[in-house]
Structure formats: C-alpha cells, structure tokens
Design a binder for this molecule. Sequence first.
Ligand SMILES: [Zn+2]
Ligand SMILES: [Zn+2]
Length: 110
Amino acid sequence: MKIKFYHCSKAEKDHKASKRQYLHTKHFKGNVICYAKEFFELPFNHRMALLAHEVGHILGAKDEDQADTLAEEHFGIKIYYQDTITWGKDLEWITEKNAVKVLKILGLKF
Ligand SMILES: [Zn+2]
Ligand SMILES: [Zn+2]
C-alpha cells in the first residue's frame, strides 16, 4: 500500500494538546496519513510502529487494538510496547529490521 504523507495544521494542534499525538488518518480521502513535524524527532523504530498502526486504521480497524493487529498482518511484523527514558512509557515499537520493512512497503523515503 502506497500512502501519502501530509503535514497538516490539525496534526500540529493535536500534538500541542496531547503530546503523544503525532499522526492521524481519515482527514483526507484516500491513503493519507497526516503528521505533526515533531514526529520526525522520534526514534526510527517508534516512528515506523506508529505509521504501521495508522495504516491499520486505514485498513478499517474498529479500535486501537485492531489497528495494531491489522498492521501486523499487513506488514508481517510484530508490534510491541517499550518504555523509554526520553520519550515516555508504553510506546509502540518494532525491531529495526521491521521498521525498514514498513518503510519499504510504504514506499516512503525518510
Ligand atoms: Zn490532517
Ligand atoms: Zn490509533
């Protein structure tokens, strides 16, 4: 699945209101994921896990758990949760190898 990655002001606003909110879908038609610029400050493995999760929403997840499950099936990855000192606890995470895989499948270059 190819997605469009779009910087939007609503994502910036949402991030300011809720620090751990960086991305959303369903704002625009099609496979569009909107981002706040702070997204790019996150560790690569966390970033790609969040992106995969959003794809789970695009694939029609009914709730947060299902977004993970659909993402895992779609990308053939395992999402887990990790505590970090800098970024907080219980963060969605994937291995480096799977992060590269997600990036490749999405056809994004960053
Ligand atoms: Zn948006
Ligand atoms: Zn979600």
